[in-house]
Unconditional design. Structure first.
Length: 398
């Protein structure tokens, strides 16, 4: 019997989705499952996007340009210029979600066997994108003790070898909710320039910065040849399913290289581009309401978590996640147990074990990522379930 490839063998499972079969079985047993494992907001998609699809009178859903519809790219330049990122539409390439943008960037910038440094914990699918591109992730560890701030620059420097070709930053961060400051990014810029590296900046949570903090884009660092920015409509407009993102850079060689990968997959999703182009006209009131809603959810959930015995959660400065330390022997086992063996009033909670967001073996063993993407009432029920589950779990450590 033919075997599968080595690449397929080392491709990691998603810690965000790995427990789905257990959640499905819990639902078949009549349990209500609160999905705190995945960044799927319950916020409504903007009406302008829904109407654009409903009112579409095209007779053919044709291929777009491999770089994306020019009308959409031109309209995106206005969005970026409004946040002081002056780009031309030819410096934007539309992709099938931010995921494809990162994969294309890795493949265009690095050879198999090259290395990229990423602060951990990091978005788990970066591992999968790296495997797809044939490159290696080298982690630099951040800690819950200082809210997952950027590790010291000396720690990055110590990891740089002749194989190092780039650094990945997610800002605001998924999974930790940490918001990297202008000073932190400028310190990264120094070693990027010193060692002639790429800086891959995932900025899909740009709109979600809290407590008066503002977002500082890597595009503001003045390193046009080094910076590749990744963006997406999934979270900004609550349109995860349209699968539209983009890659933005002023490096013309990278743009030409990425376009060849884009041509190989023909074009990004047609209907997704229609919805995304319309979304740029979303009124400010929509974002104001969403912002206040996430603040309320964050404040409730994080405070409630920290009230539980033995539980520790930083207060996220951005995005809509937090990495939580739990008083359990193994968060992977606990998360599965919550779905498979526990319910509180026929309700339970699905979380993402944080071990899958680390690259260093053994880290994150008692941590989970929780997304505050549900309404306040559901969050209240979910937190009660979690607290009761912690009390009942046989492997509790406190």
């Amino acid at each position: 019997m033919p075997g599968i490839s080595k690449k397929a063998q080392v491709m990691p499972e998603s810690p965000i989705r790995r427990l789905v079969p257990y959640a499905e079985e819990a639902k078949r047993q009549g349990k209500k499952v609160y999905h705190l494992n995945i960044g799927q907001p319950d916020i409504e998609t903007p009406k302008v996007s829904l109407d654009a699809i409903k009112n579409l009178d095209d007779k053919v859903f044709a291929y777009s340009h491999s770089a994306g519809n020019e009308s959409y790219r031109r309209k995106l330049t206005g969005y970026y210029q409004n946040i002081d990122i002056p780009v031309d539409h030819n410096e934007i390439l539309i992709t099938t979600g931010g995921s494809e943008a990162i994969t294309f960037a890795f493949m265009a910038c690095m050879n198999p066997g090259d290395e990229v440094i990423i602060p951990e914990p990091f978005y788990a699918n970066y591992n999968g994108f790296a495997v797809s591109a044939g490159i290696n992730v080298v982690p630099v560890t951040s800690s819950i003790e200082n809210d997952f701030a950027l590790p010291p620059i000396e720690d990055f420097e110590a990891l740089i070898t002749e194989k190092t070709k780039g650094i990945v930053i997610c800002n605001p961060n998924n999974p930790t909710g940490y918001l990297y400051s202008e000073e932190e990014l400028k310190s990264l810029a120094e070693i990027v320039k010193k060692h002639d590296l790429y800086l891959f900046s995932d900025e899909v949570y740009r709109e979600f910065c809290y407590d008066g903090n503002s977002h500082f884009s890597a595009m503001h660092l003045g390193m046009d040849e080094h910076v590749i920015m990744i963006d997406s409509v999934s979270k900004r407009y609550s349109m995860c399913g349209v699968r539209v993102g983009c890659l933005v850079t002023k490096n013309k060689d990278i743009l030409k290289a990425v376009l060849k990968f884009a041509q190989a997959r023909l074009c990004p999703p047609y209907l997704g581009q229609v919805a995304s182009e319309a979304a740029i006209d979303t009124p400010k009131a929509y974002f104001d309401e969403v912002y206040q809603e996430y603040i309320a959810r964050r404040d409730y959930m994080v405070n409630r978590l920290n009230e539980m015995q033995g539980v520790k959660s930083p207060m996220p400065k951005g995005a809509f996640y937090t990495v939580v330390s739990l008083p359990v022997d193994d968060a992977d086992v606990f998360s599965q147990w919550m779905l498979e063996s526990f319910d509180y009033n026929k309700q339970t909670v699905m979380m993402a074990p944080a071990s899958g967001f680390y690259s260093t073996p053994g880290l994150g063993k008692n941590e989970v990522r929780i997304a505050y993407v549900l309404n306040k009432s559901d969050l209240e029920n979910a937190m009660q379930c979690l607290e009761e589950g912690l009390k009942a779990y046989p492997g509790r450590t406190i």
